[in-house]
Write a protein that binds this ligand. Structure first.
Ligand code: IPM
Ligand code: MG
Length: 354
């Protein structure tokens, strides 16, 4: 048996993970994987029950699992809590606790949704890129000071630190992933200004020597941000640090026309975690209109990366593509002339297409 911990979290997290589990049950029936599910809380939901956004027990359960399927966390209700009790704290607890060092965010352009892209059709048509973001180091986790007084003036600071092994680990994963795709890596840094970026570039060049059939180029992050909208088709795999990856992956996520469809994988030393890249959307929670496709496609990534079930993953992806091709749309991607459906209906249609 393969144990999946499902963490619905807050807001629409509940309904979209429920949809993804239904889809997983269907592929399991077909491909006989032997999936087992166990549920845990995180975020505001966990805070309400246990007084903390992530319990040690939940983290331990994730460590022992074969994969974690995560919905989303956050909501207005918990925004005024002290930082260590806020829902986002659960995300950092899981990232550090599970050693989720690499965040993979693919941007795929679905021909059916191309008209919703903010970019011109001919620019995005056929673009297919993957951002590999370092997720447990850099300025997110470096020493910081919330407030201190220097020469009578209040100041605050954060620190960007990267070690050689941290850079090597993420770079190797990026190159290995590129070998399975179109064989190109773009490393993004700010080596013209930052010391940590200069080390980053040196280590990336060293690692590249072990991958002679993968093409490598380097871009400064400001230029990379521009190139993403000028010519996204030039990219295959982009590897970058925690904060640049945070920024560029939001930018890349809209190229395809809908953030509601974008899955992600966070690869860990013990267990890996899979989640849609959109948030908990509390305004539409419980209304039955949320788009579950990002979570369903995240479940496909779980099958591919954690369980090595490539055929089952493909079956889900093809079913989602067919659902779109047949004209079914949830409210977030609906335009005139298409067929509007809610969360449950679209889930049923995807299941029928498997
Ligand atoms: C993301 C999010 C998080 C991050 C926030 C919620 C802390 O933006 O996963 O990209 O900055 O990493
Ligand atoms: Mg982000």
């Amino acid at each position: 048996m393969k144990k999946i911990i499902v963490i619905p979290g807050d807001g629409i997290g509940q309904e979209i993970t429920a949809s993804a589990v239904e889809v997983l049950r269907k592929v399991d029936e077909k491909f006989k994987i032997g999936l087992e599910y166990d549920y845990r809380d995180a975020g505001g939901t966990s805070y309400e029950k246990f007084g903390t956004p992530l319990t040690d027990e939940a983290l331990d359960a994730c460590k022992k699992a074969d994969g974690v399927l995560f919905g989303a966390v956050g909501g207005k209700k918990w925004d005024s809590l002290p930082v260590h009790l806020r829902p986002e704290k659960a995300i950092f607890g899981l990232r550090k606790g599970l050693g989720l060092f690499a965040n993979l965010r693919p941007t795929k352009v679905y021909p059916e949704l191309i008209n919703s892209s903010p970019l011109k059709k001919e620019l995005v048509d056929g673009s297919d890129l993957l951002i590999v973001r370092e997720l447990v180091g850099g300025i997110y986790f470096g020493p910081r000071c919330e407030s201190e007084t220097k020469d009578g003036v209040e100041q605050a600071w954060d620190t960007e630190i990267y070690s050689v092994p941290e850079i090597e680990r993420i770079t190797k994963l990026a190159f290995e992933t590129a070998k399975l795709r179109r064989g190109k890596v773009t490393s993004v840094d700010k080596a013209n200004v930052l010391a940590a970026s200069r080390l980053w570039r040196k280590v990336v060049n060293d690692v590249a020597k072990d991958f002679p059939d993968v093409e490598l180029n380097h871009l400064y992050v400001d230029n990379a941000a521009m190139q993403l909208v000028l010519n996204p088709k030039q990219f295959d795999v982009i590897v970058t640090n925690n904060i640049f990856g945070d920024i560029l992956s939001d930018e890349a996520s809209v190229i395809g026309g809908s953030i509601g469809l974008m899955p992600s994988a966070s690869i860990g030393e013990l267990t890996s975690l899979y989640e849609p890249i959109h948030g908990s959307a509390p305004d539409i929670a419980g209304k039955g209109i949320a788009n579950p496709m990002g979570t369903i496609l995240s479940a496909a990534m779980l099958l591919r990366y954690s369980l090595k079930q490539d055929d089952a993953a493909r079956a889900i992806e093809t079913a989602v593509e067919k659902t779109l091709a047949d004209g079914w749309r949830t409210a977030d991607i609906f335009t005139d002339g298409f067929k509007k459906v809610g969360t449950d209906e679209v889930t049923e249609i995807i299941i029928k297409n498997i």
